[in-house]
Design a protein around this ligand. Structure first.
Ligand code: ADP
Ligand code: MG
Length: 476
């Protein structure tokens, strides 16, 4: 959309109000829905998922760059997961101060001790990016993080293009509406899970979605379930508590839940400490990890997605360990890295602390947490880091350069929130899938993307914390 037309549109208040109603109804028509915060456990009453009124321009070259590097990220994550020495070394400092990561690491070690039973691995990840203008005027893609566990929104993402097309048509922007491309990550995500199920080789076994008690984003998961059912693969939904109550391993370590054999455990829960409500939940996780079921993903792949690993990967020479004699791949992956700094004890960590305290607005302080709302920005960095700067507690965090995207203008639609023109920042994530059996990569693909936009008032994001809005890229 030409900037001029867009500005005119953005200022036309009566049209904007009309388009907002079109957006909501279109969301209903296309199943672009979420549960209400007040009834997270029920689909009796639902609402439209948060969305931008208009798609956001994205340079095509950056879109293609992220898409093309995705299969290398898949390979990277998978190789890290098979390198216990690297994981041990990378996470050594973190696990002395971060109890949650330590707990996951302990499971990883227990699995290694028992000996890996299952040689089939399925990975579904999403690498998230922002882009910023450099001093030389060049726009560059920067990775925020790669998520390797319980990656969301690949289902519901498939519904966004139609909603925006609808809005643009009513706005008289037919040409723009045609430029919105189809995007259906759910098909690719399900294809990888289905492949793992097939390789497991038991027709009566099911794919088990390990889910939370309350799922505001139920449609997202159901869309992937539906794709699996299309291939006549049965899915069940269970919580950690269900596994504690009715999960069992037989003499061959096959996993049974409620007397149903589980071919694939697909984790959609278990990435935050409070997801494990008791010791029993941890025992259930261990049982699943030690079983013959294919884990999506397994514990070592979960650890490969930690922010500490991300920081270690950015150190000189580390990517070369995973891509020996492949300098071009190393270069392509590294080109997407933002500056990342260790806070381990020692001179390097001290330097990073001093830098962060001197110019906190240039950085993001990140603990080993997922799901949005955990990172620390601006003056808060001074406060948090100020307290732990001389103590090992600082090793629970990593420091990252703050990516500074150029804001765009848009309207953000969310139930119960007033419609107002906002300065927005966007992020784009690409979904990667792979299946490996033993040493053979059976599948390695990029299967779609997720665009999210937030008001620039917010530093952090994450749909679960109510800050980000679904969006579509408009490539230029
Ligand atoms: P989480 O695992 O909680 O999703 P992320 O690292 O993805 O943690 O950060 C959450 C959000 O914070 C991102 O989606 C992005 O909006 C913002 N953010 C994270 N890192 C940066 C960064 N380096 N620069 C700018 N914004 C960032
Ligand atoms: Mg994230």
């Amino acid at each position: 959309m030409a900037a001029g037309i867009r500005n005119e549109l953005l200022m036309n208040t009566s049209l904007i109000n009309e388009l907002a109603e079109v957006a909501k109804d279109s969301a209903l028509m296309h199943g672009f829905l979420v549960r209400l915060n007040e009834s997270l456990n029920s689909s009796e009453v639902v609402t439209y998922a948060p969305i931008t009124l208009f798609p956001t321009p994205v340079p095509k070259s950056l879109f293609l760059q992220a898409m093309e590097v995705q299969t290398h990220y898949n390979t990277l994550v998978d190789k890290i997961s098979q390198d216990p020495d690297f994981l041990q070394e990378a996470l050594a400092s973190t696990i002395t101060v971060d109890d949650f990561t330590a707990r996951l690491f302990k499971i990883h070690q227990q699995v290694l001790k028992e000996g890996l039973l299952q040689s089939i691995v399925v990975g579904l990840n999403r690498s998230d990016y922002m882009w910023e203008q450099e001093e030389n005027g060049h726009t560059s893609l920067k990775q925020i993080e790669i998520n390797t566990f319980s990656v969301g929104a690949g289902g519901i993402a498939s519904r966004i293009p139609d909603v925006h097309r609808n809005i643009l048509k009513v706005a008289g922007q037919l040409k723009e509406s045609k430029r919105i491309i189809d995007n259906n990550p759910a098909v690719g995500l399900a294809k990888a899970v289905a492949k793992a199920w097939e390789l497991y080789g038991s027709k009566q076994a099911v794919v088990m979605f390990l889910v939370a008690e309350n799922e505001f984003n139920i449609v997202d998961q159901r869309i992937i379930e539906k794709e699996l059912w299309k291939g006549n693969i049965a899915t069940i939904r269970k919580r950690f508590e269900d596994i504690s109550e009715s999960g069992k391993l037989d003499e061959n370590k096959r996993l049974f839940v409620d007397h149903q054999e589980v071919a694939v455990v697909y984790f959609r829960n278990g990435y935050m400490p409070h997801n494990y409500r008791s010791e029993k939940a941890w025992e259930a996780r261990l049982m699943m990890e030690c079983s013959l079921a294919v884990k999506c993903p397994d514990i070592s792949t979960h650890l490969a997605g930690t922010k500490k690993v991300q920081q270690v990967l950015a150190k000189p020479g580390v990517l070369e360990r995973f891509f020996p004699n492949q300098p071009q791949i190393v270069e392509r992956v590294r080109a997407t890295f933002a500056g990342l700094y260790t806070l381990d004890m020692g001179a390097e960590g001290d330097k990073a602390v001093a830098m962060a305290l001197a110019t906190p607005d240039r950085f993001v302080l990140k603990p080993q947490r997922e799901g949005g709302g955990n990172n620390i920005y601006g003056q808060d960095i001074r406060e948090v880091l100020g307290k732990v700067k001389y103590s090992p507690e600082r090793m629970a965090y990593i420091l990252m350069d703050k990516i500074q995207p150029v804001p765009t203008q848009n309207y953000l639609l969310r139930r119960g929130k007033p419609l107002k023109l906002s300065h927005c920042l966007s992020e784009l994530g690409f979904f990667g899938t792979y299946v490996r059996r033993g040493k053979d990569m059976v599948m390695n693909d990029c299967v779609g993307y997720l665009m999210r936009t937030k008001s620039s008032e917010h530093s952090d994001s994450g749909s679960t914390v109510g800050v980000s809005f679904f969006d579509n890229p408009l490539l230029f």
